[in-house]
Design a binder for this molecule. Structure first.
Ligand code: HEM
Length: 189
């Protein structure tokens, strides 16, 4: 590829990344706006066999957080940064992709229950942080999925977006599931 062609690919990648960022912010803002205007009111939501809605939300989001740990380990392996693992092992890519899919799917019924039955809460700093991080999670996820498909991005882009997504989910989990477990203990059913 000539110098002019590769500069063109880099330029397109930068514009693509900016568009992915704008779209991600739009996803987060629309979710937040919907959560604010929707009355919530504790509308009934399926428990999927769990004894209570809180138990369903707590355990599904804890399972999602566990899969995100797998995401971090497999990402380190893909980038040759996992101690004791040399190069980029063949398992790292598929493990990273599927643990991400499972973590994302596990968050969906939980976030639906949050937005549909509770809405955006400003009753404490914790619930504000949780509501904002919950919306940002889907925005950053959308931006990362789009960025994955952009050829010519700088090498730092995906690790930064992946770290941001992990951090946002950690905030979501600590401000909700961790709280519920701390209040009720691991006996939460
Ligand atoms: C990744 C997405 C999300 C996950 C995994 C998640 C997880 C949870 C969990 C486990 C709880 C504790 C159970 C409960 O009190 O019902 C909770 C509570 C809550 N969630 Fe979410 N949530 C997410 C997104 C959202 C969003 C987008 C909003 C609103 C904009 C939201 C608003 C709330 C509120 C208001 C509570 C009650 C907090 C309290 O009073 O303690 N959540 N969430």
């Amino acid at each position: 590829m000539s110098g002019t062609e590769s500069a063109g690919v880099r330029d397109r990648a930068r514009w693509g990344l900016a568009a992915a960022g704008v779209l991600g912010l739009a996803v987060a803002a629309m979710l937040g706006a919907y959560a604010m205007v929707h009355p919530g009111n504790g509308a009934p939501v399926p428990h999927f066999g769990f004894a209570s809605l809180v138990a369903m939300k707590t355990w599904l989001s804890t399972a999602a957080a566990a899969f995100v740990v797998v995401q971090v380990i497999s990402a380190l392996a893909m980038w040759g940064r996992l101690p004791g693992v040399s190069g980029a092992p063949a398992w790292a890519g598929p493990v990273h992709r599927w643990s991400g899919v499972i973590a994302f799917v596990l968050t969906l019924p939980v976030a639906f229950a949050c937005v549909w039955a509770l809405g955006f809460s400003d009753s404490s700093a914790r619930t504000v942080a949780h509501s904002i991080a919950g919306c940002l999670f889907y925005g950053v996820f959308a931006a990362k999925m789009l960025a994955l498909r952009l050829p010519g991005l700088s090498g730092w882009t995906l690790p930064v977006l992946g770290s941001l997504l992990t951090t946002v989910l950690a905030v979501v989990w600590f401000t909700s599931a961790f709280w519920a477990i701390a209040l009720s203990g691991l006996s939460l059913r």
